[in-house]
Structure formats: C-alpha cells, structure tokens
Design a protein around this ligand. Structure first.
Ligand code: ADP
Ligand code: MG
Length: 721
C-alpha cells in the first residue's frame, strides 16, 4: 500500500479524454462566442445606448447611469439565451485570486412564481460582504460592506460549466470609503494617470491625441504533472511546490525540452484550453515547451492592461480546471521543483492609442523618432527612480525562490536597450547622437533626429526590464502573480516620468526655446541623471552584483527587503500625487504583502514538519530496521556483517531528527507583533530550518529502498506524462 507505487500504476493505466472539438469547426467560429462584446452590443442595444457605452470604452467617458437599465436588460436576455441562470460580479481581491458572488436572475413575485430580472443598478453595482478578504487595516468588521462596480471597458461573458452557466461581470472592489480592496481599481486609476501625461507629450509633438492606454501581453509559464502524483504529494497539494525531493539523475542539462515536440497528452490539453479561451475572447496565440521537463508556456496577444489582467486571471482558472479534466494538475507556482527552472510571467508593456499607434515603436521619420526617444527616456527615468517599487511589485514568498537564481533576472532592476538603442543614448549622453550604429548616418541634432530600424535586435534573457523592439518586457513577475501589480507600478512610475518630460518641454517652449533643442536637452539630462540603470551585460554574473552596487542600484534580494519600498515617503508621495493610492492604501498593500509572506512560510513550515515526521522518518526507520535486522541475522548466522549501509542511513536519520527539532523550535517562537520583524524571522530562522530538514530527507531519498520510499520522485513527476 505504498501511495507512490499505487500512483505510478494508476498513471500508467490512465487514458486521456477525447478532444472536445468538432473537427469541422472553423477556427474563428467560436472566438468570442461567450462574450457580450461590442459587436453583440451593437446588434442588441438601441443606437443611443450603444454610442454611450462605446464612448465609455473608447474614450474612458463615465458611463451614463440612465443607459444602464437598457444595457442590463439586453445583457440579461443574451445571457439567458446562452443558458445562464445566475449572474456574478467578478472581482480581484488582494488574495491574488478571483472572487465571485453568484445571484440568481430569478426574482420571486407575490403570487408564488418568479421571473427573470436584472436591473441597471444590479449590473453597475454589487455589495458583497468584504469582511473575509485581506484589507490590511482598511476596514473594520463593523463596516464590512464592500462595493463592486462594473468595469465597462472589460466585457461581460458567460462562463460555461456542466452544472450551470453564469453571466460574469468584471468589477472593481472598494470599501465603503472608496478605498481599493482589489487589484483592478489601481490598474484603472494608474492607467488614467499615465494617459493624461502621455497625451501632453503627444500634444507637444503636434498631435491631437485620442486617449492613451497601456497594453500588456503576459507570457505565462506553468508545469503539468499527472494528478495521481499530485495527490500523492501533500506538499504540492497544500503549498503548490515540492518541499522535498532529491535532484533527479537527469534534469534539464540536455536542453532537450525547450521548444521540443509537445507531448501528445499535453497537446490535447492545450487544444482544449485554447478552445475555451477563444470562446471567452481571450486571444491565445503562442504555445511551446519551456526549459524544464514538464514545463510549458502560453502567451496570449497583448490587450489593454485592465482587460489583459482580467483575461490573465480567467486563463489561470481555465487552465486549472481543464488540466483536471485531462487527469493533470497545472502548477502556477514559481518554483514547484528545486533544481530545475522556475516559472515566470513576463509582462510585455507598451503604451499607445488609436490615433498614434504604439508609442514605443521607432518611427520612419526623425520627428517620430524624437517622440519615440522621449517615451523611451521616460521609461529609463521611471525604472531608475523607482526600481525599488518595481521590485516590490513582484515580491512574494514564492517568487523569492526564482529571482536571482540564475534562471530569472536578479533582484537588481536594470534596463536592457539592445545595441542600437544603447548606442543612440550613449551618443545623446555625450552631447548628441550623430549616427546610428547600423545605419551609418543618422544625425540627432538640432532639427534632425535618428532613423532607427524596427528590428528588435538582439535579446538579453538576463535583464529584468528589456526593450524588445516595440515594447518593454518586465521579466521579474512570477507565474503565480496577477499582472495587475506590476502594471500598476509601471503605469504610475511612467505617469511621473511623462509628467516630468511634459513639464520640462512645455516650460522650454513657453520660454521660447526651439522645440527640437528642448527635446535634445531633455534627453541628455535624462541619460546623464538616469543612465546608470542601463545595463546590456550579463545580469546573472557575480560581477554585475558588484557593479550594480557601485552604480547605486538597489539589490533587494527577498520579499522582506523589497516590501518596505511601498511605504517610503517618496513612494507615498508618488502614489498620492497621481491619485493611484492614498497613504492608507499603500500601508494596506504593504501589510497584506507581509501577511501573505508570513502565512505562506508558516504553511510550508508546518507541512515540512508534518511530512518529515509522518512520512519520511517512518520510511527511513523501516529501512533502518530492515538493515538492522539483516545485520542481526547475519551475526546470528555467524557471517561477517557489513555495517556501512546501516551507518550511512543512520547519519541522515539523525540529521532529519535534528532538523525537525530545530524547525519545531523556530515555529514555537512567540510571533512578533510587528509584521516586518515577524517576516524577517520567518526568512532568517524558519526557512533555513526547513532547508535543513529537506537536506536530510533528500539524502534519505537516495539511500532508502525504492519500494519503501513513499513520495513520488522528481523523475517520476517530471518525466511521466
Ligand atoms: P518572446 O517569448 O519572444 O518574448 P512571445 O511571443 O512568447 O515572445 O510573447 C510576446 C508577448 O508580447 C505576447 O503576449 C505579445 O502579444 C506581446 N506583445 C507584442 N507586442 C506588444 C506590444 N506592442 N505591447 C505589449 N505587448 C506586446
Ligand atoms: Mg516567450
């Protein structure tokens, strides 16, 4: 009755379900089928109502409440046709998960019957009880009410479930006082702040700009393992990562998995998930094997940041549920397996609008390029000035296992520009670019600015913030995180940088300085003040750690180092100036971050103790007893007994016991009231004690008889799919 051996037998016997799509189906046929999209609205709404909604979506105009009833009624009819029985305001609380409260469309009437109803007011606003969501001191239980409000820019959709369909309405979630209790509210606020200042820059360049928005294209990495193994690993089940496991004889050294042929069973899963995503209007685009065995990636096309963020959450829940259907578990943890690559969620960021397109795309004319360089320079200033905040936006107990581990960017936030752009900025720093590296003659001077190729150029996988030809790719976010946190940071620090640039240029123009000269001066001053953040070398190297320190760049190695960045006076001033967070909201995010860290480490520590005590130690003792019995039997038979195996097993058993004792002691410490001190001792005492337990257990795994070892091993979990 060894759970592990049973799991192996069940995995071998498993047959995946048949693919659910009809082979005659046209690929485009189902796209957006379950979305209350603009096209659906245009068909179903009175013209005036449709126009009003469109204005809200495209120009961020406030939604006219008088129109809400008409929208709600059309939405209800559409949803009922799609088989929905309930509607739900879907929101994104600070647990990092998605929350939904379902209400039936049915309203009882006096005569004992009921009819389907859905008013404009219920569409626009909901009132879920907020008392059980993290709020970091923003709300007392006596004022537990929370409000959800429809984000009109993110379309409603019907979520199918064999047990009943639901109309889902993406919403913000705020407290009674209007303070944000969620991830969506600050995305919308920060997008608005960034847009206002980006538009000032565009006006300086002679445009009459449409509303600027920020775009986000998230690349999601994940692992798949067979459910039988997953269920036989209490650590994966409860903590999302393995807390034990010896390094397999074959890891990822052969580089044979990256971009390799996708295993048949996994392809079936991918086809099925993509189909579901398409129905929900999520533009799934790229899929491939990743570096580690059992690791894969999906990258949907980029979208408006708030929509991308909602879609990203929906993608994760879809992946989880479809994986189960295929007898697998989808792991989004940043480091489910030690010793092989972890998973990230690269956030590709750009900004733009319908009139000017992508503002991070080098243009065809010098004039466009001057504008492009201003936007790039703003990114340089933002990342240099607020690198600590970017780092804080990706801080979590789970991402700490990945950042800086030579597989993901280091904790030092720097920018990679690529050869060509770095060269241009280099020349700007020296007083003006006069030629481009590739093209020979480009003149950045008083009235001519460089012609840049659109080729993304070379790549640098070791940089946390890399220019990739038409966007910046923020590579530090973890696979488990929502993209909202990083997007809020990027938008807000860009708002400040663009505000700065616009103010400098407007002032210069007012004072009669030639515009091109003013641009030139602005670029030069930004490069000389903030050029230290540009680094095109190897971010994984030890030399960079030293050089970065000399350049004055922060190296915030762990969550505990990074989170205090959220409550520095500069951070609080920045966020209140651009109306993204007030001081209380910043403190609440800081406290929730620490609380989450503490809870995560606490759960893992208790699991480590439990598994070590109830699973690993008993297996080790059984084997030790077997060996001892063997020695005794040999002695009784008068044969020379070799004690070396018994001795080699006994040493790690003693180490395991010692580890268990030190972990218990670390956990028994009185919890410090102060969350930062408590988190610091979790990091400095609990995590090392967990590591010592693991080390002894992993040694035992390599020594104990295979038929006695209870936990599925790395080679089984990673290679049997
Ligand atoms: P790579 O692995 O080469 O970085 P992928 O194709 O895996 O690239 O993913 C690139 C991601 O960047 C996709 O989500 C894509 O939609 C997104 N992207 C492309 N152009 C932009 C842009 N202008 N702004 C934001 N995201 C973008
Ligand atoms: Mg990629």
């Amino acid at each position: 009755n060894n759970v592990r051996l049973q799991a192996i037998t069940s995995v071998e016997a498993y047959t995946p379900p048949p693919i659910s799509f009809d082979p005659g189906e046209e690929p485009g046929e189902i796209f957006g089928q379950n979305v209350f999209s603009l096209a659906v609205m245009q068909k179903r709404l009175p013209k005036a109502v449709y126009k009003s909604v469109l204005a809200t979506i495209e120009h961020s105009a406030p939604l006219d409440p008088d129109m809400a009833d008409a929208v709600a009624s059309a939405m209800k009819d559409w949803a009922l046709e799609k088989g929905a029985t309930h509607y739900a305001h879907v929101f994104y609380p600070l647990t990092g998960l998605t929350a939904e409260k379902h209400d039936s469309f049915l309203d009882p009437v006096g005569d004992g019957s009921a009819f389907a109803s859905f008013s404009g007011r219920t569409l626009i606003q909901g009132e879920p009880d907020a008392s059980s969501f993290p709020n970091g001191g923003l709300r007392n239980t006596f004022e537990a009410r929370g409000y959800t409000g429809w984000d009109v820019m993110s379309p409603a959709y019907v979520l199918e479930n064999p047990n009943g369909n639901t109309l889902c309405i993406p919403t913000v979630f705020v407290s009674m006082t209007g303070e944000a209790l969620d991830h969506k509210t600050p995305v919308l606020r920060s997008q608005q702040a960034m847009a206002a200042h980006a538009e000032r820059i565009l006006r300086l360049f002679g445009h009459d700009p449409a509303r600027v928005v920020s775009y986000c294209g998230p690349e999601q990495e994940y692992f798949l393992i067979d459910s039988h193994f997953f269920l036989a690993r209490p650590d994966l089940l409860n903590a999302g990562r393995t807390l034990f496991g010896a390094k397999p004889p074959k890891g990822q050294e052969f580089d044979d998995h990256y971009f390799g042929a996708i295993p048949e069973r996994v392809l079936g899963f991918m086809m099925d998930t993509e189909r579901e995503l398409f129905k929900l209007g999520i533009p799934a685009k790229t899929r491939h094997n990743e570096v580690a065995p059992g690791q894969f990636e999906i990258a949907p096309m980029f979208e408006r940041a708030n929509v991308a963020s909602d879609h990203q959450q929906l993608l994760m829940t879809t992946f989880k549920s479809i994986a189960k259907k295929h007898g697998m578990e989808c792991l989004f943890h940043e480091k489910p397996f030690a010793g092989v690559n972890g998973s990230g969620k690269h956030v590709n960021f750009s900004l733009g609008n319908t009139s000017e397109g992508n503002l991070l795309l080098p243009g065809d004319t010098p004039h466009d390029n001057a504008q492009f360089l201003v936007f790039c320079a703003a990114v340089i200033r933002a990342v240099h000035k607020y690198g600590g905040l970017l780092r804080a936006s990706v801080a979590s107990a789970s991402n700490d296992h990945r950042l800086g581990a030579n597989e993901a960017p280091p904790a030092i936030i720097s920018i990679f520009l690529g050869d060509q752009l770095a060269d241009v900025f280099d020349q700007i720093a020296k007083g003006g670019a006069t030629r481009s590296k590739e093209k020979g003659t480009l003149i950045i001077g008083v009235d001519t600015l460089p012609d840049l190729t659109k080729d993304p150029g070379d790549r640098n996988r070791t940089s946390p913030f890399a220019f990739t030809g038409n966007r910046f790719e923020f590579r530090a976010p973890g696979s488990l995180q929502t993209v909202a946190g990083p997007m809020v940071m990027i938008n807000t620090i860009m708002a400040e940088a663009l505000d700065h640039c616009a103010t400098v240029l407007e002032t210069a123009v007012e004072e009669g300085t030639d515009f091109n000269e003013a641009v030139q001066d602005l670029l030069t001053s930004i490069v000389s003040d903030h050029g230290a953040v540009i680094f095109n070398g190897n971010g994984y190297s030890d030399e960079w750690q030293i050089e970065a320190e000399q350049r004055g760049l922060k190296n915030l190695r762990t969550t505990v180092d990074a989170l205090p960045e959220l409550i520095t006076p500069e951070a609080i001033e920045l966020f209140s100036k651009y109306s993204v967070f007030n001081e209380r909201e910043m403190h609440s995010r800081y406290e929730i971050g620490l609380e989450h860290y503490l809870l995560t480490v606490g759960v893992e520590a208790n699991l480590t103790l439990e598994i070590a005590t109830t699973t690993v130690l008993p297996a080790a003792l059984r084997y030790q007893t077997e060996l001892a019995a063997n020695v005794a039997a040999l002695k009784a038979a008068g044969v020379d007994a070799d004690l070396s195996t018994l001795v080699s097993v006994s040493a790690p058993i003693a180490a395991l016991r010692a580890g268990i004792a030190s972990l218990s002691a670390a956990l028994a410490h009185d919890h410090d009231e102060d969350p930062l001190r408590a988190a610091t001792s979790a990091r400095d005492e609990v995590l090392p004690a967990m590591a010592s337990v693991r080390e002894a257990a992993d040694t035992l795994e390599t020594l104990i008889a295979d038929d006695l070892w209870p936990l599925p091993t790395y080679q089984e979990m990673l290679y049997i799919l």
